[in-house]
Ligand binder design. Structure first.
Ligand code: F0G
Length: 483
């Protein structure tokens, strides 16, 4: 048996895994051409179809209790397969058993480490990768805060201010800023960097508005892989830049915007054989699906009516939509929630296309205080369009003022988030005002990044009070505070 990164034995045979991986294929989202999922070295990994379209993972989902149903012999056979899912109950039981393990730091048992990860707990629906290649912190297991007027609970009047602000009775906020590097990106990165190890990548790279790079730098450091990140100079919040530097990534600031950095990194990766870990990489998207699965599990598999999230490069809209559609297809949930993607009004190419019925693909020169979503030409545009269409979803835009006002409400409630995340709450409020979301519907909003990621934007500017170090001076100062 092989040893994994934690020095432990892997539980499943490599043969079983290579069979399962052979059944993974990549489908072009534009022309539907099919490619093999894992290209053996020295072949370059493929990120795009020959037509230029981005690729989406297709796989056969195999419940471990399922009698050894004949696994696919290769990607060619996929199209002919009769995908007969096991009953949703079997999947729910599997995931619930894994989630009910004692809350230890199970670094001494690899299967427990996988079960403790809010990504690898759902591994059969993510990627059939042999255990020994998995690079995990572990990630996920983030809080789902009840913050609606009705579902908030007596002990949280502060949190109820969020429900009041949005005007909804049953609202939950899923705080993905509680991941190891402070954003949802860790969910995709554990899968992307594990894949990098599996294919024997010599180095990894990404372009980023700051969170992808922080996450990649951390996971690459853990895996001992050299890491290169391209950032739009002057447009990355200092906390995020500091993370990349601290984790030891070679950090390149591009004199341009995110869209320029994205074009450059794709070129550089293809020319130098560096493994690209933007959401152009289809496996990262598979990891981010786990946000959707974890929300459903936290709601005891009772799907909400709406799932609302901020949208930039559109990887997350694609991933969460895919998760919800798959969960429905596998019988894990009874209906598919509608997705609402929220863009900043100054960085709104997806919104502009949506209001035109997606007849045209729009590009903009992006401008917003929410630097994380300052993107004018999103890579996952088509993937996300399919999600909006298939979930009867909507796309909304919110102004910077609306984003900052919503951020203040979230921060003052004690939860806190970075500016881009607050687009979620601003979007819910707007959609409720417009009558698209009904006051009594069950809504989950995603907060994508931690408050500390951006300690400058939307934080009250007045100085903390200064006082002499004697009790009389403090008493005098606090006189008005206690009244
Ligand atoms: N919220 C935060 C905090 C983000 O960092 C991002 C994207 C998004 C929302 C939008 O997600 O791109 O999947 O639509 N950040 C990327 C980055 C672009 O480089 O960190 P998306």
């Amino acid at each position: 048996m092989e040893m994994n990164t934690a020095g432990l034995q892997s539980s499943q045979s490599d043969r079983e895994f290579s069979q399962a991986l052979a059944a993974v294929s990549l489908r072009c989202v534009e022309c539907a051409d099919l490619y093999p999922g894992v290209e053996a070295p020295p072949r370059q990994p493929r990120y795009r179809c020959d037509c230029g379209g981005v690729l989406d993972v297709e796989a056969v989902y195999h419940h471990p209790a399922q009698e050894t149903s004949p696994l696919q012999e290769g990607y060619d056979a996929l199209a002919d397969t009769d995908l007969m899912p096991l009953a949703g109950a079997a999947w729910r039981q599997l995931f619930d058993e894994r989630a009910s393990l004692p809350p230890l730091w199970p670094m001494d048992a690899h299967s427990l480490l996988l079960d403790a990860s809010g990504v690898w707990r759902y591994r059969e629906l993510i990627l059939p990768l042999p255990d020994q290649y998995v690079v995990s912190r572990p990630e996920g297991n983030t809080a789902l805060y009840p913050v609606g007027i009705e579902n908030c609970g007596d002990g949280r009047p502060g949190h109820r201010t969020i429900g009041d602000y949005a005007g909804v009775e049953r609202l939950f906020l899923k705080h993905e800023g509680e991941n190891p590097t402070g954003s949802f990106k860790d969910r995709g990165m554990t899968v992307g960097v594990s894949m990098a190890r599996y294919i024997g990548a010599r180095a990894v790279a990404c372009a980023s508005t700051g969170n992808t790079s922080a996450s990649l730098a951390s996971y690459a450091a853990q895996a001992g892989l050299p890491c290169l990140v391209f950032l739009p100079a002057g447009h990355v919040a200092p906390g995020k830049l500091a993370q990349s530097l601290a984790y030891g990534a070679t950090t390149i600031q591009v004199a341009g915007d995110f869209d320029d950095a994205m074009r450059l990194v794709e070129r550089v990766c293809n020319e130098l054989g560096i493994y690209l870990l933007n959401s152009l990489n289809p496996y990262r998207v598979e990891g981010q699906k786990a946000i959707g699965f974890e929300i459903l599990q936290q709601l005891d598999w009772q799907a909400p009516d709406w799932l609302v999230l901020p949208a930039g490069n559109l990887g997350n809209t694609s991933a969460i939509g895919k998760a919800l559609l798959q969960a429905h297809q596998l019988g894990l949930i009874g209906h598919v929630p509608r997705i609402a993607s929220i863009q900043a009004a100054g960085a709104n190419p997806f919104y502009r296309s949506f209001v035109k019925g997606f007849t045209e693909r729009e590009h903009v020169q992006a401008q917003t205080v929410a630097t994380a979503i300052k993107i004018g030409d999103p890579v996952s545009f088509t993937r996300a369009r399919h999600v909006i269409e298939q979930t009867q979803g909507v796309v909304e835009e919110v102004s910077d003022e609306e984003i900052l006002a919503a951020k203040t409400v979230i921060d003052r409630s004690g939860i806190g988030c970075e500016p881009a995340s607050a687009a979620t709450l601003a979007g819910i409020r707007k959609l409720v005002e417009r009558g698209v979301i009904k006051r009594d519907e069950r809504i989950v909003g995603i907060l994508t990044g931690h408050l500390l990621k951006d300690s400058q934007t939307g934080i009250p500017q007045q100085q903390a009070m200064m006082v002499e170090a004697n009790v009389d001076a403090v008493r005098k100062m606090l006189h008005s505070f206690m009244r």
